[in-house]
Design a protein around this ligand. Sequence first.
Ligand code: HEC
Length: 111
Amino acid sequence: MLRKFFYSLLFFSILCFSVAMADDIEKGKALYKDPKLGGATSGKSCASCHSESSAAKWLNKKEYSIMGNKAKSIEEAINICIKNAMGGKGLDPKSDDMKALVAYLKYLAKK
Ligand code: HEC
């Protein structure tokens, strides 16, 4: 009896977790194409300059180089592009938008 309850609970948690992950990926995909991301003003989105197949390789890198700027993490690299290539302010590395964008990149890397 208790065991059944435990398994149902486990199943339910996994289900909720997958739904939440899928939501993040969908949101990240929209943000990737959003020309207003992080206060951007240039009318360009990530997708204007980077194909999905090049974005799929980003998470394997230890260091990024963007127009003469070095970044140690994907979050830092994303913000350099938002500031320098999109005329925006950047995203808080811990924000939901940043998490969703990174979730989308993870999804692309596995695709
Ligand atoms: C106006 C064009 C432009 C836009 C818009 C842009 N980028 Fe970039 N990005 C570049 C250029 C140019 C580089 C440096 C050359 C390269 O590696 O492709 C770069 C480099 C990067 C890198 C490092 C790649 C590497 O291999 O080291 C990442 C990660 C990145 N961009 C992510 C993003 C994300 C995420 C967005 C959207 C928030 C974005 N970029 C928007 C032009 C742009």
